[in-house]
Design a protein around this ligand. Structure first.
Ligand code: XIL
Length: 359
């Protein structure tokens, strides 16, 4: 699917080249592509890689049929995350019956296009299969169900995903544990168990906790800070903290993002922006798009400022395929590419932030 020809930018680069010639300066050969003097545009991932990071975008299986979309995903990005394909409802639709079709499709696509894959997610309160949510389970039964699920899924994707969101969204806004089926039946120890089972199934994969509304300093991110510190102290395998990054202009930029990333990194774990999108109340206009662009740059800058921030994943990359309008009615326009796959100001802002860091 990788397009053989990269998108070429002319315009300012060509002008700069002719100006350089007029001034008798040699144009840098690296900036030339072919004989037309046009500058080859580096992809966001290529720019991110210059500072040792990946730049990725999530994909939901049906979107792969959109070839224009899939080609751009495969060329612009270096990492992907299945939007739904590895969730429990998809991977274990019947008790003990596993179906890796959707996840495998994305892993195969990723391999063909040179993208690495984050696994998402082994345990979550949402998108669980009916057999699991409608059953009544003793603690012993649920423990063995959870252990079996984690073991089977992690083993299947061993060597194919570089990281797992082992537990997704396990905290409330006030920093208490979310009362999901696992917490209410097993107590808080289920998190450490899940991490240990995942490690036993794949000694190398990076194990993450992942949540939303944890970008700012505050009670929810504090709860993860305390938990990860404790897990480290107890020698429970934990490698990373994923900050989803589902931001919204109307709520203000998350205060202390950089400091927050840094304090987790200082605990000895990687951090990543795992599901970044920045929505707005529709309709979008120039002012909102400019503010959105500024936010994308600030998030990128924050990641680039922290050595252990390993990469950024957009939750989809185009407004053509975004979960926002369905889940937040009246909101949208959250991604750096518009519905026609044209760059929005956010794209240029991310580029500039990455370019500044690489140079
Ligand atoms: C979303 C998907 O994008 C949608 O297609 C699905 O209907 C609901 O889930 N946080 C997460 C993701 O961790 O798994 C969610 O993905 C978005 C919020």
């Amino acid at each position: 699917m990788r397009t053989p020809v990269r998108r070429i930018r002319i315009g300012s680069a060509a002008l700069a080249a002719s100006a350089a010639l007029l001034l008798g300066l040699a144009a840098a050969p690296a900036a030339q592509a072919g004989t037309d003097g046009a500058k080859e545009t580096k992809t966001l991932h290529e720019l991110a890689r210059e500072s040792g990071r990946y730049f990725g975008a999530a994909v939901d299986n049906p979107e792969l049929a959109d070839t224009e979309f899939a080609e751009l995903l495969g060329t612009e990005f270096g990492q992907t995350t299945p939007g739904n394909g590895m969730k429990w409802y998809a991977t274990e639709p019947q008790r003990g019956v596993f179906d890796f079709t959707a996840g495998d499709e994305i892993v195969d696509y990723a391999r063909a296009n040179g993208l690495k894959v984050r696994g998402h997610t082994l345990l979550w309160h949402s998108q669980l299969p009916d057999w699991l949510t409608s059953g009544t389970w003793t603690a012993g039964e649920l423990r063995s169900i959870l252990k079996n699920h984690i073991t089977k899924v992690v083993k299947h994707y061993r060597g194919k995903v570089f990281a797992w969101d082992v537990a997704n969204e396990i905290m409330n806004e006030d920093g208490t544990y979310r009362e999901n089926i696992f917490y209410t039946t097993l107590g808080p120890g289920y998190v450490a168990d899940a991490l240990r089972w995942a490690r036993a199934a794949d000694p190398k994969v990076k194990l993450y906790l992942n949540d939303y509304n944890v970008e700012a300093l505050g009670p929810k991110s504090d709860a993860y800070y305390t938990l990860i510190k404790q897990l480290k102290r107890d020698r429970v395998p934990i490698d990373g903290f994923g900050l989803q990054g589902h931001l919204a202009l109307q709520y203000g930029f998350p205060g202390g993002l950089k400091e927050n990333l840094r304090r987790f990194a200082d605990l000895g774990v990687d951090v990543a922006l795992t599901e970044l999108d920045i929505r707005m109340i529709l309709p979008s206009d120039e002012t909102k798009l400019a503010e959105q662009a500024d936010w994308y740059a600030r998030v990128t800058d924050a990641c680039l400022a922290v050595r252990r921030c390993v990469g950024i994943t957009l939750w989809g990359y185009t407004d053509r395929h975004s979960w926002i309008p369905a889940v937040f009615p009246g909101e949208g326009a959250a991604l750096p590419w518009d519905e026609n796959l044209r760059h929005k100001p956010a794209y240029d802002a991310i580029r500039s932030a990455l370019t500044a860091a690489g140079s």
